[in-house]
Design a protein around this ligand. Sequence first.
Ligand code: F6R
Length: 235
Amino acid sequence: MKFIICESYEELSDLGAKIIAEQLQKKPDSVLGLATGSSPVGMYQQLIKMYQEGKIDFSKACSFNLDEYYPIANEDPNSYNYFMNDNLFNHVNFTEGSTRVPNGSVADPDLECKSYEQAVLDKGGIDLQVLGIGPNGHIGFNEPDDQLFVHTHVTGLEPATIEANARFFESAESVPTKAITMGMGLIMQAKKILLLISGKSKKDVFEQLKNGMVTPQNPASFLLLHPDVTTIVCL
Ligand code: F6R
């Protein structure tokens, strides 16, 4: 794992956007894995700016997001579907149908998990996976536990995650208690990973990564086993 320490969130965002731009220059039809949350917002803004300046082209690329709350309507402003449209997809030139976020409004979430995972595999897996990290080390909604899921699955959310996400909802009680998330398998099979560690609350988990120990109690620590992870840090 390569660590790049930044002085500011702007620097983190610029560097992250450059890595995505380089990926699309090298392979215009890249399969991108994308994340929501506060960490990538500045990077997405930077990508929009680059697109407006004609420096990046998403027309041949496709994307799969890590996760979505369940149950939630796609048009709900707190859904990750809405977040991605609002923060990136509505402002750049991905073609219709080339971006996918798990559907939190389906009747059968297990079926959605299977079809989502298969769709990623049918594309040959993810070329560049963007990740944020929870203060407890979660990636996607893979929460610390004795065992971690390999495949895309429905999961209950940890109280700490509900609390961390409550800022986006009216109250902690209105945060959905479940989510659909990629498992560790699709993430670890990505050819390249870009991990954004942003915010003071991530200091302990960052120290744990630097210590180089792998444990399911810190799901992000599995990334230490991946051959191509760039971690951009701004605490
Ligand atoms: C989001 C996701 C989450 C976040 C993590 C960090 O799609 O999968 O794992 O990346 O909770 O969130 P922020 O960036 O808001 O600190």
